[in-house]
Write a protein that binds this ligand. Structure first.
Ligand code: BMX
Length: 287
């Protein structure tokens, strides 16, 4: 491994945090820790430092892919229900102090889009990426360029005429809450398992979520008409979910089909994407 050119890549999501040492040829080592939602960002970063301690001195910069909004090195929640990040948390400054190397930060789904564009299902093509997990994140690659800022925050679009975010009616969190409302104390994973055996309450929840994702895909197509929409995330990749979305996405009478495909990099899209972005932002002196 070219140690001088390795990146410590970190993906902080609303449920778990993935920490990896990534060289130019791929992932060298990785660890997953839970994102302890109540503990706050100092504790989340301490857990990252702990997980990365075996790799001290082996990376030249840190790439962060984080749920929420990042601008000028400051990190904030868009939807505190996905993760309660305090407003304008000085993410880059804290990470640079913690690790003593430069850091870059991107939204988690935007980083994952870039990963899928460079190495995965969207290789070499323009694409829209959707990750359906704790929330719904997204990213847009147009003319080979990743759109940054708010672009791709599809989960925060309004749902119906209610004053709620789309992701609050689709995501894993919503599925578990809906199951509880219907008398089943289970997580999203178990909702899928029950739906697969035909339990009506579970089928209804999965269908409801898939229906709203299908409508979102149709709207994305009407705005951007990307060659493909790549779907990832724990819910997005759950058995049968994409097939359900596909069957709902093109009601009769509508013209062009939406091209949906599965993300190829799975949980690694964010860390692979952000490692590539970190490398591009601070090219190694030697090349
Ligand atoms: C929310 C928002 C996005 C994020 C998406 C997926 C917050 C904290 N997050 O829409 O920035 O990309 O969730 O996040 O406002 P994940 O945690 O489900 O991966």
């Amino acid at each position: 491994m070219d140690q001088d050119n390795a990146i410590l890549a970190v993906d902080i999501g609303g449920t778990k945090t993935l920490v990896a040492l990534v060289s130019e040829s791929g992932i060298v080592a990785e660890a997953t820790v839970p994102t302890r939602r109540e503990d706050g960002p100092d504790a989340w970063l301490a857990a990252v430092a702990d997980a990365a301690s075996p790799w001290r001195g082996q990376f030249r910069s840190v790439g962060l892919a984080v749920t929420g909004f990042v601008r000028s090195g400051l990190w904030s929640a868009m939807n505190p229900a996905t993760l309660g990040i305090p407003a304008d948390y000085p993410l880059i400054a804290k990470v640079e102090e913690l690790f003593g190397v430069p850091a870059v930060a991107f939204n988690d789904a935007q980083a994952a889009s870039w990963g899928e564009h460079v190495l995965g299902a969207g290789r070499g093509q323009d694409m829209v990426f959707l990750t359906i997990s704790t929330g719904i994140g997204g990213g847009i690659v147009l003319n080979g360029r990743l759109l940054e800022g708010l672009a791709g925050h599809f989960g925060l679009t309004a749902e119906g005429d209610e004053n709620v975010f789309l992701e609050d009616r689709v995501s894993g969190r919503w599925m578990a809450a809906e199951a509880r409302r219907l008398g089943h104390e289970v997580e999203a994973r178990e909702v899928f398992a029950a739906a697969a055996t035909g339990e009506a309450w579970a089928v209804e929840i999965v269908e409801g979520s898939a229906h709203r994702v299908a409508r979102l895909c149709r709207n994305i197509q009407l705005v951007l008409d990307p060659p493909q929409i790549v779907i990832g995330g724990g819910i997005g990749l759950a058995d049968g979910f994409i097939d359900r979305v596909r069957s709902l996405v093109a009601p009769p009478g509508q013209v062009a089909p939406v091209s949906l495909c599965r993300a190829e990099l799975g949980v690694h899209a964010g860390i692979l994407g952000v490692a590539d972005l970190a490398r591009a932002k601070s090219p190694h002196a030697g090349g």
